[in-house]
Design a protein around this ligand. Structure first.
Ligand SMILES: Nc1nc2c(c(=O)[nH]1)N[C@H]1C(S)=C(S)[C@@H](COP(=O)(O)O)O[C@H]1N2
Ligand SMILES: [Mo]
Length: 411
């Protein structure tokens, strides 16, 4: 083709495709996800300027960062206790694998053991008893964006959490089969994801041997809500540590190593540390004298309906609804205030899906007159732990559990 021919070919083709596009637009024939902003219909400043994006295996989630992928669940999905797999938030420190070949994938169990193991996906399903638990997976930094004074780190709103039924095998059964030798101290967990830059340490976490052997709920899960795990939530298997922050819930788990000494990797010794004080907090703006690795979840309650900024009608009943959860003692009570904390009424608790699960709550409310209302919900667990009315502070922006306010207008 001469250059002249090519030019005329391109021009013709260009015109043709433009003509096709125009006619298809006219008939609303162009398909594909509708691009939208996360803040639509919300007054939350943390959502401003953030798009909804769709990743493989996921529905539209709120973008925090794309490299590595960090995607937040829109609050509407917490209207029911189980979070759908496609709406479950995503958090990575390093790039995730995009595919895993199950025919060659093995879970290596090595270290201070009598009989190291290499388990295939089939081995996991056929050689160990199956176990299931409904449990909340919440990022340590969930709600970090609301910290005042502000702190560094991903400025999450409250969507870096989710609740699912996890099915797999008990980690202690796997370790017992491998024969833990006397003198074992910690167990470390590594996944298939690899750092792209040598300055970033591989994401490896650890638990103590006793933490694992005392708790039948620590699982190596191969299913989430009865389905294979979505790739971005850890396919083919991930660690489940009910009651503890999600940093321990290692995804794409491929290597379990039993150690005869304390694990001292970066992600245990330098990151995910909280002040070693009873509240895990320090005076706002100050630095803790001593720190410990983050561990169990604080009590939280969130109002999902109405949403902040919603307009309600005076003298018309509305259902206040939300969820509450804790580190596994179970929710004892949720109380609700519609008068900025002056008085509180008990909400009705929904179905009990187990102590580690979201617990739904609801309360009918009839706004008496027009005006602005600040709605609040406070949960207490079975050992009396609750939420403070003023937010506690720590420099990494972890452990958020203040009584949140939802401001609505009654018109
Ligand atoms: N392999 C691997 N596992 C991981 C991480 C990671 O970066 N890599 N991040 C952890 C952290 S900090 C969180 S909050 C959860 C997020 O789980 P999700 O993406 O399934 O919601 O995964 C944990 N497990
Ligand atoms: Mo996290």
């Amino acid at each position: 083709m001469s250059s002249l021919d090519r030019r005329s070919f391109l021009r013709t083709w260009g015109m043709t495709s433009a003509a096709i596009a125009t006619s298809l637009w006219g008939r609303e024939f162009l398909v594909g996800p509708k691009l939208a902003w996360a803040a639509e219909g919300s007054e939350d400043p943390l959502l401003a300027g953030r798009p909804l994006v769709r990743y493989p295996g996921k529905t539209d989630l709120i973008l925090l960062t794309s490299r590595p992928p960090q995607l937040e669940t829109p609050m509407k999905y917490f209207a029911s206790a189980i979070t759908p797999n496609e709406a479950f938030y995503v958090r990575y420190h390093i790039p995730p694998p995009t595919q895993v070949d199950l025919s060659t994938w093995r879970l290596k169990v090595t270290g201070h053991l009598d009989k190291p193991l290499e388990l295939s996906f089939d081995d996991l399903q056929s050689k160990f008893p199956r176990a299931s638990i409904v449990a909340v997976n919440q990022c340590s930094g969930n709600g970090r964006g609301y910290f005042s004074p502000r702190v560094f780190g991903g400025q999450w709103a409250n969507g870096a959490m989710g609740n699912a039924e996890w099915t797999g095998v008990r980690l202690r059964d796997v370790l017992s089969a491998a024969g833990v030798k006397p003198g074992a101290v910690d167990v470390s967990f590594n996944g298939l994801d690899q750092p792209v830059m040598p300055t970033i340490p591989d994401f490896v976490k650890s638990l103590s041997v006793s933490r694992i052997m005392d708790d039948p709920n620590v699982l190596v899960a191969y299913q989430m809500n009865g389905q294979p795990l979505p790739m971005l939530n850890g396919f083919p298997v991930r660690l489940i540590v009910p009651g503890w922050y999600a940093t321990y819930w290692v995804k794409h788990l491929s290597e379990i190593t039993v150690l005869d000494k304390e694990f001292d990797g970066f992600w245990m010794r330098k990151a995910y540390l909280i002040p070693d004080t009873p509240c895990g907090c320090v005076e706002p703006g100050s630095a803790p004298a001593h720190t410990v690795p983050i561990n169990r979840l604080d009590v939280r309650s969130l109002m999902i309906a109405p949403t902040g900024g919603e307009r309600l009608a005076a003298r018309k009943a509305v259902a206040l609804k939300g969820i509450a959860f804790d580190s596994g003692y179970g929710i004892q009570e949720v109380v609700v205030s519609t008068d900025n904390g002056a008085s509180w009424r008990p909400a009705q608790l929904g179905k009990d899906l187990g102590n580690y699960s979201f617990r739904e709550w609801s309360l009918q409310w009839t706004p008496p007159r027009m005006g602005r209302y600040s709605l609040m919900a406070r949960a207490t667990n079975r050992i009396g732990e609750s939420e403070p009315s003023e937010a506690l502070w720590n420099p990494a922006g972890y452990l958020r559990n203040v009584v949140e306010h939802v401001d609505v207008t009654v018109a």
